[in-house]
Design a protein around this ligand. Sequence first.
Ligand code: PLP
Length: 447
Amino acid sequence: MTLTDPAVGHAGTAPASDRARTEDLLARHRAVMPRWQALYYEQPIALSHGEGRHVWDVEGTRYLDFFGGILTTMTAHALPEVTAAVQEQAGKILHSSTLYLNEQTIELAERIAGLSGIPDAKVFLTPSGTEANDAALLMATAYRRSNQVLAMRNSYHGRSFSTIGITSHRSWSPTSFSGLQVTYVQGGYRLRSPFRDLPDGEYTAACVADLRQLLDMATSGDVACLIAEPVQGVGGFATPPDGFFGAIKEVLDEHGILFVSDEVQTGWGRTGENFWGYQAHGITPDLLTFAKGVGNGVPLGGVVARAEVVDAIAANHISTFGGSPLVSAAANANLRYLVEHDLQGNARRQGERLRAVLQPVVNETPWIAELRGKGLMLALETVHPGGVEPDPARAAALTEACKERLLLIGKGGLYGNVLRVAPPLTLTDDEADEGAALLADAIRSIG
Ligand code: PLP
C-alpha cells in the first residue's frame, strides 16, 4: 500500500482557476468526508478567510456573514484581540494537561463562574457542546440518583449517544438508545404546538398543566433534570414566551428536579441585552451548558453548576482537551471584549434594527409564517401559503437568493424550512441595514 499526502500530491500542479479550486475541494471533500456531512448551496462555497462580519471564498468573492459559522463567530472574524491571545499562548505552551495548574484555564473558569449567575459555581470545561451536555446529564443523574430525564420537543443537544438520546429531532436521531429514560415536554416550538393559538399566559399555563400530567403519568416522579434551550437553535430559533421557564421551573422545584439551561446557542449576549437566554424567564438554572461562541471559534464548551452538583461525579472524570491553555486564552480575550464593549446591548439594538425592516416584508409574504427569535438570533419559517405546512423548497430558494446577493444566512428547523439570521455581535448599523435590505430583496424575488 502507498501512503499519499494530499499536500504533496497536489504540489507542483499548475495553478487551478478559481472555480476549479472550489470544484477540486468539493471532489476531495466528497471522497473522504462522511456522506451525511451536509454542505450548504447547490454549488458549495469554499471559505478562505474572514474579517469582521465578512468572509471571502477561495475565488475571492466577499460575503456579508449573517450566520457566523453557526453562531460560533461570536464577536467578529479575525478579532485582533483573540488572534493576539492565541499567538501569544501558542508561543508558550499549547497543552499542559489536566494534571497541572494553568493560569489561562483557571482565569477562564473564574470568569465563567462569575458571569454564570449561579451561586457557589464550579466549571467543567470540555471541547464541545455535546460533551458539555453529556457532563451535565452525568452530574444531574448522579446528583439525583435517577436516570429519568425530561427534554423539550424539537430540541437538539448534541451528537453523542446520551445527547442524541435526548434530542427530539427525527432528522438528527439515527438512534434513540442512550440508557436514559427520556420524556418530552411541550413548549419550545409554539408554531407547531397544540396550544399555539392561545395567548402567552394561557400557552404557558397549558404547557405547565401538561408537564404536571406528564410527571404523574409518564415518570415515577423522581426525575433527575429537565434540559432545555431557552431559544431552540437547530430547531429553528423556536422561542417560548418570556417567563415560560419560570412557570415550568416552579413545578420542577416542587419535585426537586434540576433545570439545565443549554445555552450553547443562546449564551454570551446572543439573545440581546441579557447575557443568558434563561434571564428572560426570571430564573437561575441549576446547571448551565455552553460552547460555540465562547472562544469565537476555538473548540471549547463546558458546564457550570453549584459545587455540590458538579462534585456529585465521584469517579475520575477528565477531558484531555477541555479548556486547554490555547482555547482558554482565546476565550478569555473574547469574553473580555464582549463584556467591555457591551455586545449584549448591541445585539438587542441591531436585532431591533433588522426586525424593523424584515417584519413589514414578512407581513406581506404569505409563505412566511412568522419572524421570531431574540436579539441577533432571528428566524423566518417558510410554509405553504394559508397554513403552516412546511415549505423547505422555498427556504432553499431563499438561501440561494441570499447567496446571489452575497449574503450568507443559515437554514435549519425540523423540516429544513427555517432561515436563521445570526451575525457576529459586533454588527454595525450600516451592515445591519445592508443585510436586511439584501434579505428583503431576496424574499421579494421569490414568488
Ligand atoms: N446544544 C445546542 C443547543 C446546540 O445547538 C449544539 C450544536 O449545534 C450542541 C448542543 C452541540 O454542540 P457541538 O456541536 O459543539 O457538540
